[in-house]
Design a protein. Structure first.
Length: 487
């Protein structure tokens, strides 16, 4: 509630231009064809909870990237790419080339750890996110209005909040998904696969000195829930408050108050800090425009909110989380192993993750058939940064973050609320990467935000030029050939 109220107030004051005018209504004969262009994204975002119930929540973007790619391929117009896209293409090449390192043994890890299955899933998800970026970025405002995309992201935020509440109330509830039913027993019995395809409302963990549920629906892990909630909240505020009616603002405030409950009970420190950073970013935007009165008001609201947390039962949860840091040792051990792996192979990394020998306390403590979570934790599972370091080395990590941050910096002068929100999400990517794995959904949300930022600037100003040695477009003739030619 604290962060939601402050974000609502801050982003609303950042409005410096009226909402974009609705595009002219196309002729009746072409209206249906035009609006069907963005249908694949609509199915993915609004249908996300259905995919999750079916056990396909972690695969939704790979599935929906197929019709998106077809739409891009069949477009008679040229396909545009965002600025600095060459860095991302180089990163994809790096990831694919890293597959050559999968068979190499990394000292201090299990001989049989890692593999082409994990590498293949990651490559597929990265390619799917790339397709989503180009798909949203190339559709016009007539074909896929930015307001519609933002509203759908807001709806997914509401679904995530609902999943959080269910996780608190029914933390032990899980069920067999239809996809799980049709898989062979040998596959669905795998612990990692089971986590992806077996829906549940929460992960029951011993974080506060006792077992308690931590929300995760509609995602596979509680950390994914926290990461996606924090990103989606930004667009929810833009859709419901900045661009919403008086009635929409009322319901926006109600949902944010409800969201405060699972946010606190998730005891997710990374999300708490990330939401604080979001407020500081917005405060900086206000200060740069001389909105000192509003800054003083935000400081006052923050002080009152802090006092309320101090005198309510929420304080006991926060204090308990801060005093129980047993996960720090595990994270420190795995993060150090990821950095050491990158030092051993700084250029291309090791292709995919590896599992450490034993546990942080003893090399003899490892995974058994009766304890799938004992020891042998996968290096790189504690955040996207650490995955990049072990899988793709320092060079791969630099290409990944360089692309995201340079695009955000390229559009730093765009001060519309939508642009401020999109840049904030891009700037948050390196921070959340310390704690959370971005692939698949958090990266897709980041790329959708990038596409909206890129589209907004292109609509207001001249089309941006990608800083590449080649032009910023991929030219496709009306009848696509078998090969795409980059001029």
């Amino acid at each position: 509630m604290i962060w939601g109220v402050l974000l609502v107030t801050s982003l609303h004051e950042l409005t410096v231009a009226p909402a974009p005018q609705a595009p002219p209504t196309p002729p009746p004969s072409s209206s249906r064809a035009v609006h069907s262009q963005g249908r694949a994204l609509t199915v993915a975002l609004l249908g996300f909870p259905v995919f999750w119930v079916c056990g396909l929540g972690e695969f939704v973007w790979m599935i929906m990237a197929v019709p998106m790619a077809y739409r891009l391929w069949a477009r008679p117009k040229r396909i545009r790419v965002p600025p600095f896209f060459g860095l991302w293409l180089a990163f994809l090449v790096w990831v694919i080339a890293g597959g050559l390192m999968i068979g190499e043994q990394l000292p201090g890890t299990l001989t049989t750890s890692g593999g082409f299955i994990g590498w293949g899933i990651r490559v597929a998800n990265l390619l799917a996110a790339t397709v989503v970026l180009l798909y949203v970025g190339n559709l016009s405002e007539d074909e896929l209005p930015a307001r519609k995309v933002i509203r759908m992201l807001g709806v997914l935020f509401c679904v995530t909040v609902a999943g959080g509440v269910l996780g608190i109330l029914f933390g032990n509830v899980s069920f067999t998904s239809p996809f799980e039913m049709v898989l062979p027993h040998g596959i669905r019995a795998n612990y990692y696969v089971h986590q992806l395809i077996h829906p549940g409302f929460a992960q029951v963990q011993d974080i506060l000195g006792k077992t308690s549920p931590r929300p995760k629906a509609p995602f596979a892990y509680t950390n994914n829930w926290g990461n996606n909630l924090a990103l989606l909240m930004i667009w929810f505020v833009v859709a419901g408050w900045v661009r919403g009616t008086r009635r929409a603002r009322f319901w926006t405030a109600v949902v944010l108050v409800i969201a405060a409950i699972p946010i606190i009970y998730s005891v997710n420190r990374g999300m708490w800090i990330g939401l604080g950073i979001s407020l500081l970013f917005v405060a900086f935007q206000l200060a740069s425009r001389g909105r000192m009165n509003l800054l003083a008001g935000i400081a006052g609201v923050a002080t009152i909110a802090a006092l309320l947390v101090t005198v309510t039962p929420l304080r006991s949860i926060v204090d308990a989380r801060l005093s129980h840091g047993q996960s720090n040792a595990i994270r420190g051990n795995l993060n150090g192993a990821a950095f050491d792996a990158a030092v051993r192979s700084p250029i291309v990394g090791w292709g995919t993750t590896r599992s450490v020998l034993g546990s942080p306390t003893s090399i003899a403590i490892g995974k058994t058939s009766s304890c799938q979570t004992c020891g042998n934790a996968p290096i790189g599972s504690t955040g996207e940064l650490w995955t990049l370091l072990i899988a793709n080395g320092f060079v791969g990590a630099g290409l990944y973050f360089g692309f995201i941050l340079l695009v955000a910096w390229r559009y730093r002068r765009n001060r519309t609320p939508e642009a401020v929100a999109a840049r904030l999400i891009l700037y948050l990517a390196p921070f959340y990467a310390i704690f959370y794995s971005a692939v698949p959904t958090a990266l897709v949300i980041t790329f959708i935000s990038m596409a909206l930022l890129w589209r907004t600037d292109r609509r207001v100003n001249a089309p941006p030029l990608a800083v590449l040695t080649a032009p910023d477009v991929i030219v496709l003739p009306p009848d696509p050939p078998a090969v795409i030619v980059l001029p």
